[in-house]
Design a protein around this ligand. Sequence first.
Ligand SMILES: NC(=O)c1ccc[n+]([C@@H]2O[C@H](COP(=O)([O-])OP(=O)(O)OC[C@H]3O[C@@H](n4cnc5c(N)ncnc54)[C@H](O)[C@@H]3O)[C@@H](O)[C@H]2O)c1
Length: 309
Amino acid sequence: MQKEINKVLITGVCGFIGSNLLDYLFEKTSWLIDGVDNLSTGNKKNIQHHLNDSRVAFFEKECKDLTSLKEYDAVFHLAALPRIQPSFERVNEHLEANLNQAIHLVELMIQDKYYPRLVFSGSSAIYGTPEQIPTPETEKVDCLSPYAFQKYEFEKYLELISTRFPLDYISLRYFNPYGNRSFNPDNPDNAYSSVVGIFLNRKKAGKQLLVTGDGSQKRDFIHVADLAKANYLSAIHPEKINTAFNVGLGATLSVLDLAKLIDGDNFEFIEKRDGESDITFADTAKIREVLGWKPSMNIKEYLEGELIS
Ligand SMILES: NC(=O)c1ccc[n+]([C@@H]2O[C@H](COP(=O)([O-])OP(=O)(O)OC[C@H]3O[C@@H](n4cnc5c(N)ncnc54)[C@H](O)[C@@H]3O)[C@@H](O)[C@H]2O)c1
């Protein structure tokens, strides 16, 4: 049995993960899909191929300008300013985008006494440099950046508010996503986007890869289609479970090894950046067991495909 769904909302639909989620849901389901995006870091070109589809409607607006969620059976909340380094500098702007706008969605639910399944895009950044490797959801929280803290705060608000109101939510703590559209050249914060996208972009432009620190930091790279699948399975889960799941491959690759895979010895080291974890490595037992999710893409195969094309 699965939860019945007719219509959903994707916030941040013009971003990297939002646009891939739209592709996935469009293929996989017959749902009606609304998307909102304020185009602050996203690009309408990412969803251009869906703009004439009768099942899809796009609204250029802020999440905070939504007035009701009553027509939706599920809301995928992805809209955010998701970069660690800029979150140290423009703290209020990030607080507004990452926390206040998300809370607005919850207030709409309370206002209308209507609680669609909320699938929130959380982050493994909340574990900082974790003690348990691989890292389960029970790991202590250790936010190394305002961005990580804002992601954690919203999860905590969901937990607190659901003690008074019947919220129905799942938080997906993504590890290190990669895949089509991860690098938006028009985004002023693109230097801090997924390292896979940055490296591939530099390689295609004939530029040397820049490895931060000594490159020994390890990342659990997860393909965006596998994240989309986790969102889908969260939406259709038959019960309200109000919990968080790790979404990662459950394996790591160092940034240095990634650089070598992409461009051999054509790299140089640059200064380490504060606020970034030494290792991300997901323990995915919980999402495998509860949602029946498992990853289907491997980074090495993906890179081979990208480097041939
Ligand atoms: N990419 C990663 O490395 C990563 C890792 C963990 C978690 N996440 C989370 O996944 C989600 C999607 O990330 P992404 O990589 O696709 O980022 P992205 O920047 O590509 O997409 C975010 C989208 O949200 C839109 N947006 C921002 N503020 C908005 C607002 N107030 N109202 C409406 N739209 C708004 C942007 O224009 C953009 O299109 C985010 O919540 C992010 O925190 C991303």
